[in-house]
Write a protein that binds this ligand. Structure first.
Ligand code: PMT
Length: 387
């Protein structure tokens, strides 16, 4: 994703510095050339050797450690496509805002003319300090505000470094990575709702988060996105709200012909109630009642049999024998890819912000994506399909 790009990571002296080791790995996994500069204070929290090994480049700390004819800060600024300062302490933010250049990192920031991301992390009192806020307002950079929570200093409040995924995604966005430009991607999400009567229904635990992550990622990659969902969603791309499996089928069929790719992340009910009561069903004297269900159409299977060049991706929710069942399902449904997730686990799948999946391809290929947030899973899925 970031091949040919150089990301300059600036680390300042805050406890969140240790998290940046993983951010460097994320950039490396995306094929970026990563350069790292640190303040002396940052090295109290993370070693130069660690950063050097992870970035596979020398790490800059001293401003006058000159190896070429060009001053160090100018070489770094020239080479990089983007500068990411994380964690950014109150001290460094205020220095950059007021033009102070007293170390390699602040000097580079002053000379840098390309996009800059600042991800502050500090004690909540420091964050709330009006002087810091005034200095932040002076910076015409992308500021990824800290999150609220339990802070390393023992306080609870706003000051925790935002998620690494957020920093990574913003980096990708600012570098204008748009691999899906010109493609129409249709995504289904959420659990369908099958009415029983005006007050009761049959549904499932799908929150719509996985589908939404796919839609948001496709949008940020430049695609024309249509999200067909059972959930309330407000986005700047097309959102079609549906309820039942039959509604979803109708919406999918309408969008299918012009789509380049369709991803069925929705949890579609296999059965619906045969006769929906127009009035609220009354309690009877019987201890048991019988609800007659009829089979819903299998949308994924139907579109897979009608496809004309579209890439068709299904999801498969299994509570046992994940891979075995997924292999059977991809053969039965005939889609190009099937993303298998284990819905018996509480830490992934239904309603969780995280997922761990195995991507099965029609040609028999398989790739496991380790547990990570759903936005990252979404990105990895697109990389696999279009990579
Ligand atoms: O929404 P979240 O809380 O984020 O959770 C995400 C998820 C667990 C719902 C999602 O990752 C997922 O697994 N979605 C598919 C759920 C599902 O219906 O699985 P299935 O194995 O029953 O169906 C397989 C595929 O066939 C799915 O792509 C489904 O959309 C499709 N299908 C199923 C039945 C049907 N009648 N028509 C269909 O098109």
């Amino acid at each position: 994703m970031l091949s040919g790009k150089t990301v300059l990571v600036g680390i300042t002296g805050g406890i969140a510095a240790y998290k940046i080791c993983e951010l460097i790995r994320m950039y490396k996994r995306a094929n970026a050339n990563v350069r790292v500069v640190c303040t002396q204070n940052a090295l109290n929290f993370v070693t130069k050797l660690t950063l050097q090994n992870l970035s596979q480049n020398e790490v800059g700390v001293e401003e006058f450690d000159i190896k070429e004819f060009k001053p160090e800060h100018i070489s770094y600024a020239d080479e990089a496509d983007i500068m990411v300062i994380a964690p950014a302490t109150a001290n460094t933010i205020s220095k950059i805002a007021t033009g102070v250049c007293d170390n390699l990192l602040t000097s580079i920031a002053c000379a840098f003319t390309k996009p800059v991301i600042i991800a502050p992390a500090m004690n909540c009192g420091m964050w709330d300090n009006p002087i810091l806020q005034e200095n932040l307002n002076k910076l015409h950079y992308t500021i990824l505000e800290p999150e609220s929570g339990f802070l390393a200093c023992g306080y609870e409040g706003k000051g925790r470094l935002c998620s690494l995924e957020k920093i990574f995604d913003k980096t990708v966005e600012l570098l204008d990575y748009k691999p899906l430009t010109g493609k129409k991607i249709v995504i289904t999400s959420g659990g369908t709702i099958e009415n029983i009567d005006p007050v009761r229904y049959i549904s499932n635990y799908s929150s719509g988060k996985m589908g939404l992550a796919l839609a948001d990622t496709a949008k940020s990659f430049g695609a024309d996105v249509v999200l067909i969902t059972t959930k309330e969603v407000s986005r700047k791309y097309d959102v079609i709200k549906v309820k039942s499996a039959l509604d979803m089928k109708e919406a999918v069929e309408k969008e299918f012909e012009t789509a380049d790719c369709i991803i069925m992340a929705a949890a579609v009910a296999d059965y619906r109630v045969k006769e929906i009561s127009s009035q609220k069903m009354k309690k009877t004297a019987d201890d048991e009642i019988t609800l007659k269900l009829v089979k819903n159409p299998d949308i994924l299977k139907e579109i897979s049999s009608q496809k004309q060049g579209q890439i068709i991706v299904g999801f498969c929710a299994e509570s046992e024998n994940l891979i075995e069942n997924a292999k059977e399902k991809i053969a039965k449904k005939g889609c190009d890819y099937l993303i298998a997730n284990d819905i018996s686990r509480k830490d992934i799948g239904f309603s969780s912000d995280y997922n761990e999946v195995t991507i099965l391809a029609k040609n028999g290929g398989m790739k496991k994506l380790e547990r990570v947030d759903k936005m990252t899973i979404a990105r990895q899925i697109f990389e696999e399909i279009y990579g």
